[in-house]
Every structure is written in C-alpha cells, then in structure tokens.
Design a protein around this ligand. Sequence first.
Ligand SMILES: [Zn+2]
Length: 485
Amino acid sequence: MAYKPTIGLEIHAELKTNSKMFCGCKNDPDEKRPNYNICPVCTAQPGTLPVANEEAIKKVIKTGLALNCKIAKDSKFDRKNYFYPDLPKGYQISQYDQPLCEGGYLDIEGHKIRITRIHLEEDTGSLMHPEGADYSLVNLNRAGMPLMELVTEPDITSGKEAREFAEELQTIFKYLGVSDADMEKGQMRVEVNISISKDKKLGTKVEIKNLNSFKVVEKAVDFEIKRQEEVLEAGEKIVQETRGWHDKKEITFSQREKEEAHDYRYFPEPDLPPMHFDDKFIEDIQKTMPELPEQKRERFKKEYGLEDASVDFFIVNKDLSEYYEKVVSEFEEWTTEEEKGEAHKKASRLVANYLISDVQGLMNGKEFVEKEFKITPENFAEFVKMIYKGEISSKIAKIVLTEMFNTGADPSDIVKDKNLSQITDSGEIEKMIKEVIAANPKAVDDYKAGKGNSIQFLIGQIMAKSRGTASPDVAKEILLKLLTR
Ligand SMILES: [Zn+2]
C-alpha cells in the first residue's frame, strides 16, 4: 500500500499599506537605504506605544471575505515572545486565539482546500551578513511592516496542488490589492507542513521553510514525500523538525527542531485594546470587493469565447487583460449589428492572439505596464480591424505591429508611409504576375509538366515582387488562370 501525503501551507504576505502596522513610518518594501523608515515605536524604544493600522485590518478582512472565511466579531492582538537580533522588542505582536478570519476555503480545480485562519501580525527586521565580515548588520526598515499569515488545513495532496494553491492565492492578493505578493522579493513566503502515512493516523510533521518560488514549492514537496517514504521504508522514524531547501542540490535539509506554541508564551498585548467589528464595518468592506480571478475566468470564457490557455494567461497578467478589454470595446464601435455574435468572438480571439503571442514576443520578457506601452487601445483596435477586413496580410501585420510597438504610430499612417496596403486590384497583380511568368520559364515548364510544387515557388516570387502587399489568394487565382490558358 502506498503512503498518502498530508500537506498544509502557511503563507505570509506583506500587506500593501501606506504606513507600518503600529507606527506612522512609511511601509516601503523597495527602500534601499538601511534603517531609513524607522522610528522609536518600530525600533522598540522604552515608553513608546503601538497604534493599530486600520487599513491593514481592513485588508485582512477583505482577504477573508474573498476566501469565504467567517470574520471575527471580536478579535485582539497577542505577544509572541522570542528573541532574535532582528526583533528589537523581544516579542512580535501577532494574533493567537482570536484571529481576524477563520474557516474559509479555496477551490483548486474542483478540490476544496480549507483555510483554517488568517491573522495579522508585524514583520521582523532583516539581517545582512556582509561577505567576509565577522559581524552581521541589522536593518529595521522591514520591522513593523504589516504581515498577513494564512494557514490551511492539511487538505493538499501533491507538490503540484501546493503550487497551484499558492499561485491562485497570489493572484487573489493582487486582485484585491492587499499585497504585491512578489515571491522573489519576499513579499509572499510559503512554508509547507508535510507528513505521510499509510493509514488514517497522521504521520510526523516536517516543516519546510525558505521556499522562494512556486516552482521550488512544488519541487520541495515532491522531494520531501520521497525522502519520508525512504526513511520509513528503511524502518527509521521521521524527526519532527524544520527543514530548508537547498537550491543547487535540490534537496531539503535539516535546520532545527520545531518549537511548540507554548515555547512562545503567548499572552494578550496589553498596549492595544481588543477589537470589535459590527456588521456595517464588514458590509462596507464587502462593498469594495473587486471581481475575483475565478469570476473573471468564467466571464472571459463566456464573453469572448477564449480558450482556457488564453484565459489563464490574462487572469495572471491583470494589466494586460484590462488593456485587452479596452481594445475589444474599441473594436466593437466599428462592428455592425449583424457582425455581433460569432464575428465578435472571432475578433475577440484575434485581439487575444496578437496580444498573447506577437506583443509578448516584442515585449521580450518585460512585464506589461499600460503607461509604458506605446500603442493606444484605439490604434490596436484599428490594427486588428485592418487584419480582420483583409486590408493587410498577416505578414504585413507583423511589420506594422513592430512599428507601432516602437513608435506608437497610427497603423493606417504606417501602411500609407511604407506603402504596405494589400494590393487587391487584380489588374495591378496580373501585370506583376505576367512579369514573374516571363522571368521564370523553367518553373512554368515544371508546373505544366505536372510538378505542383513549382506553383508555390511562383507565388513566392510574386509576394517578393510586391513586397508582401499582394493578396496571396488573389495572386494564386490569377496565376492559375494565366498558366492554364
Ligand atoms: Zn516606525
């Protein structure tokens, strides 16, 4: 019988607020100057008092509402006591037995992952270890930044599911505007609790920390499942401990044995009053709820007839999806009544394809930011209209799009200036084709001798002569007519 893995996640996300959690210091994760955004409160000077940041509390509640949680009517902050050089107070203000949110869930491909709780706490400072130095430096810019912690029930069953859950959560955080949740910048940190067992009884739990990308979350879980299987198969016992991830060797390794909750000596924070939230407070937050990724996924499929892969791309690339919707609505101003319906979907797909493949190619790995993007939605819509109406070929479209991307010019101006409009005048094309026939007697003889391939060669010559502006369909039709005369 195979071992069944039981996996739960603990996810920390730095909240996007103007100021820190308990003082007025700027909450700026991009501040490079060490110890710049600090004050007597977040550096734990004697006699200072914390004041809770309402914006941060609202953001945690908003997250809880998006994840189907029950929002606490009464809540409070607690002290979690431990010593570490980046924690000047000697304790962290966190929440112990009355978290802001409890009992939610998130569906991952039809599998319900339950969320135990979401609570609010403050982040610690950070330590820097200069290379070659025999000392470490403390930077308190991060100390006191609002940090949201989300804990799941052990409902996850594989590395893939752990990754998908964390990715969807990141997308939700971004849609809600509660956190930028950049894993590489440490704005979102994922810890995994994992045990394996052959029966209903849970095995010994191991915690994996310092997972800095979604890919690593999946790899670490899969590695740990295998490692624990091997330990048990060898007749040994799993040690309850915290393990880290070794990026180069792609293995987990033992860091320290796990503390129990009572080691932290939690007690209610005496300097902060307990919190009470009435229905109106929570309803007002509910009113600010934006469209969530799952709702948008459904809408994009229905409204634009896009395939799953395109929809997923847009869901994750939120700014690009908003630009996409602007282009489609511009496009709609040109469509006639009878073009609605299927034609609308066809055009929507055309816009999506150009944005997802060609524009991404031009962006060359850079993230889409509408402010920096030179093509206006109006111009993009006009560009797609020209393709849709057959005014430019797909080959010319690439030239036009590249020019638009680089200069922001109007597509019709580019076509005019560069003389790129598709020649559909059959008289003009016929003249060109006669020249091509005269210049390529061998290919013409080959075609007449039954070599079908040579027709492609001749069309290629016509396209070259017209610099791609001849309509290939019209050209082929005339060419065949002339050859069979
Ligand atoms: Zn401060």
